[in-house]
Design a protein around this ligand. Sequence first.
Ligand SMILES: [Zn+2]
Length: 336
Amino acid sequence: MTRARQASLCCFVMLACALLGACAIQAVRPDGSPEPVPVDAYLRSGARTLWVAPHPDDELFAGALLARASIHYGLPLRMLVLTRGGGGECGLGRGCSPDLAAVRTGEMRRAADLYRAELQQEDLFNAPLPVESFPSPEEILARWRSQTDPVRLIASAIRRFRPDLLLTFDPHWGATGHPEHQLTARLCVEAVRLAADPKTEIEGLPAHRTGRIYFLQNRYWLLALVGRADPGPVTETWDARLPCGEQSCLDFMLRATRYHRSQHRDMARVHAHRSAFETLHLRQVDPFEPSPLDTSPPDPLSQRERGDLATPEAEGDLAAPEAETDSAAPEGEAGD
Ligand SMILES: [Zn+2]
């Protein structure tokens, strides 16, 4: 093969990887240097894992890796869910009694039990559907701050659980374009800093510095093609087909989605797009240092007035199909 032909083949492979998001990526640190301990080895060393998300059922996005931590390695796992999901849609034919938030709280409880996770579920405001009417992240933050200080809430959870690894959405697109996903990721960055600051008093809890933070990247090729995916950079990929007990971690995650019966339409969609969850794309970030890899920084809350969270991504088109809005599927298809 000529050198020119080799070069063109190499370019084609790189382009295909970028578009399809399907190629394994060797782990690098936030500064771009090689990461000698990829995420699976980090878990194997005994890492305590904290998942932080706004909605019941969000855990499915990271579910395979969460199951790897708790089911395969038997490690402590905690899920912090900031809302009860009352803004979503009740997909049960018999209705949701006494209300959707109560039903989804119960579903989350059962899903967390399957993951063998401790669950901390809060009751912050959850923007009601339709997607087109979602408030801006600034408005959601104002609502949340009228209820509590969300940064201190997450920082308190960090100090209590003392995670080695915190996993959340990416603050730019947030996997689905949901402003509450994006906002949660930003709050996590600030909370990690706050929890590590020994000068900050939080409920008498000792300071804790979280070892690693990963933003979950949605790099599904079809969404990436139309600009509805997280921008990266991806610092590592992880194979969700690795074992978690008797089954693959991917199959474990899919099984856990069946507990979210009130959201069965969206869960059916997840099952239908199983291949999109076979590889998890992760971005390791250092909240204490700006990353040279980061061409579009998450703009931590501390660098600006907390009430001003506007970014092009956050203010842009939010009509991407968040899981709560998909078209109809037969009831019970994903439930059992
Ligand atoms: Zn969500």
